[in-house]
Design a protein around this ligand. Structure first.
Ligand SMILES: Nc1ncnc2c1ncn2[C@@H]1O[C@H](COP(=O)(O)OP(=O)(O)OP(=O)(O)O)[C@@H](O)[C@H]1O
Ligand SMILES: [Mg+2]
Length: 153
């Protein structure tokens, strides 16, 4: 959406041929959180949510703690792993309060030009562990591993 980098080609990579992919589905309860539904074969119809983003129709919807990794779209990021989203707080709400052992690997996916020197961090922002861009990949600096996993507000 809106110029975010398109990760769809990932699914075609042989390395991921045995992986299962899910797409986010916006929830009414708890409001403004995401669950994850199986990404069905190309051509299967999807339903658009209130932002016009297509979502799978399947009934299976898992929570974030069931994901091994989550690829997060973003507007901007910095080397500490701080992430600026679209301002809805959907990923922050979804990831809030997850215990460390249930924490999926959080991977920001971005264009390299979206990197900025530093982003202001809000108490509820959940930092990224890894950022993959069209130009490079990096593990966010150890400072961000002092990651706070905020509790539900
Ligand atoms: N854990 C939380 N519990 C309740 N509200 C939250 C939580 N995290 C964020 N929010 C709300 O979401 C709003 C937007 O957050 P923020 O500006 O960080 O969005 P974002 O990270 O850019 O969005 P997104 O993750 O959807 O891309 C905040 O003002 C806050 O009110
Ligand atoms: Mg945020």
């Amino acid at each position: 959406m809106d110029g975010e980098i398109d990760p769809r080609a990932l699914r075609q990579l042989r390395h991921f041929s045995r992986h299962r992919f899910y797409l986010p589905v916006l929830q009414r309860f708890p409001a403004g959180t995401l669950r994850f539904a199986p990404w069905q074969a190309e051509g299967r119809r999807m339903l658009r949510n209130r932002f016009g983003i297509p979502e799978p129709r399947g009934r299976v919807q898992l929570t974030a703690r069931h994901m091994d990794a989550i690829l997060l779209p973003l507007t901007g990021f910095d080397a500490q792993g701080n992430r600026l989203g679209m301002g809805g707080g959907f990923y922050d709400r979804t990831l809030a309060g997850l215990r460390h052992r249930h924490h999926p690997l959080l991977v920001g996916v971005a264009h390299a030009c979206q990197e900025v020197a530093a982003l202001p961090l809000q108490p509820w922002d959940v930092p990224l562990a890894l950022v993959v861009t069209d130009r490079y990949t990096f593990r966010c600096r150890p400072a961000c591993r002092a990651a706070r996993y905020p509790h539900q507000q």
